[in-house]
Design a protein around this ligand. Structure first.
Ligand SMILES: [Zn+2]
Length: 256
């Protein structure tokens, strides 16, 4: 894929443009996508995820035109840290699932519909990456934050919640445009969610079969030594964390 440009607002659809923050890393991919949403002909916009308190980025974002509302997909700093500064700069309120992040407005919850910038934005509560993760649906477009990324897989705080979220996203109509917090847009979000789910279930199957070999009380380390035997040992520690989450999930399922 061609590298997207920093500092240039890129129109992705008639209602959505993106300003890519210059904060690339292993966690943020090419950087954070700050989304600017506006119905055709509307005079103000909704900005989703201003990013870090990166004054150069936020100044460019403010220059895209009047901002009516700022919405955060979740609390992580690469999405939310710059929101107070940006809100002060453009004079708009901030809404998020977590009340602590809101400025001059109420928190949002699953099922809410926000009317702003000529758009009707439906809030979907999509926990898993974080408990407070939301996705935002506008017709056949869904902003996913870090729930589904443009490429690669996302870090999880709750595997069980995440699997339920993916199963809900799979029910979206084929061809739903996914606008992620990092990476390029997804032409079929339901298909991307199906791929993510298959990947997670394949990993769970590996752990299940390791447990049948090692015994039900095996530790994450023992599972990693078996399943990741052919993988570079520098990757064993992060693998151990994700296996630990998988073990907790499987054991909670077994106990449920
Ligand atoms: Zn992020």
């Amino acid at each position: 894929m061609t590298a997207p440009a920093y500092g240039v607002l890129r129109e992705v659809s008639p209602i959505a443009s993106v300003l890519l923050e210059n904060n690339p890393s292993a966690m943020t991919l090419e950087g954070t996508n700050s989304w600017v949403l506006r119905a055709p002909g509307a005079t103000s916009s909704v900005v989703v995820d201003p990013g870090y308190e990166d004054i150069e980025h936020l100044t460019l974002l403010a220059a895209t035109g009047p901002v009516e509302l700022i919405v955060l997909t979740h609390h992580h700093g690469d999405h939310a840290e710059g929101a107070p500064w940006f809100a002060g700069r453009v004079g708009a309120p901030v809404r998020a699932f977590d009340p602590a992040l809101c400025i001059g407005a109420e928190p949002i919850a699953g099922g809410d519909v926000i009317s702003a910038a000529g758009l009707e934005i439906e809030v979907l509560h999509t926990p898993g990456h974080t408990d407070d993760s939301v996705s935002l649906r506008i017709g056949d477009t869904v902003l996913t934050g870090d729930t589904v990324l443009g490429h690669g897989t996302t870090v999880l705080s709750d595997l069980g919640a995440y699997l339920r979220t993916l199963r809900a996203l799979i029910e979206l109509p084929a061809g739903t445009l996914g606008l992620p917090g990092h990476g390029l847009e997804l032409l079929d979000l339901a298909a991307a969610a199906r791929d993510y789910l298959a990947h997670r279930e394949q990993r769970l199957d590996q752990v299940r079969s390791a447990l049948s070999e090692l015994g039900a009380d095996a530790t994450a380390r023992q599972v990693v030594e078996l399943v990741y035997a052919d993988v570079d040992q520098s990757l064993w520690l992060p693998a151990e964390w994700s296996v630990q989450a998988q073990l907790e999930y499987l054991r909670s399922e077994a106990g449920a």
